[in-house]
Design a protein around this ligand. Structure first.
Ligand code: SLL
Length: 157
């Protein structure tokens, strides 16, 4: 397919996780032995941002090898998230797959799970009080000289 020259399209999104001390609504109860936390790792639109699923078609999350079926693949329409229980932190390997007309290869990101309260004493106290730890960052993907078809998809949002 023809490519749109001298053009780069960027898309922003959130990669992150949330974590709660168990027991917590929505997570296995009882959880397996030693599992003290319930957590979710996700790829999401920015707050009030447009839907990602027009251009992001599949997300693969690779968990620590201690998990059964460590490779979890979520297809559009998502939500692109994996919910689990566990005891330890580790790096989640994330692969982003784009619409087939894009001709783009999958893009790799890593997210290190944060399960324990962090930050200042005040921030930690708030996280403990609310039983909620959130660790997020904004990510960007760049599509350089996208195919004409993919360009239309990206700009039709
Ligand atoms: C370590 N970072 O190096 C830790 C490993 C293990 C994560 C974290 C439970 C998996 C399960 C779990 O939390 N695994 O029991 O299914 O030792």
């Amino acid at each position: 397919s023809k490519r749109v020259r001298n053009t780069t399209i960027r898309r922003h999104f959130i990669i992150g996780n949330e974590s709660h001390l168990l027991p917590y609504a929505g997570y296995a109860n009882p959880a397996p032995d030693n599992h003290t936390k319930g957590w979710k790792v996700y790829v999401r639109p920015l707050p009030n941002g447009p839907d990602l699923t027009t251009w992001l078609k599949k997300v693969q999350f690779k968990l620590h090898h201690t998990y059964t079926d460590a490779s979890r693949t979520i297809e559009a329409p998502g939500p692109y998230e994996v919910s689990e229980t566990g005891y330890g932190e580790f790096g989640v390997e994330i692969r982003l797959y784009f619409a087939s007309e894009s001709g783009e290869k999958a893009v790799y990101r890593e997210h290190y799970l944060v399960l324990a309260p962090y930050g200042s004493e005040e921030q930690k106290a708030k996280m403990e009080r609310e039983n909620l730890v959130v660790a997020e960052r904004m990510e960007t993907v760049e599509f350089n000289e996208p195919t004409m078809e993919f360009f239309k998809t990206l700009t039709s949002e």
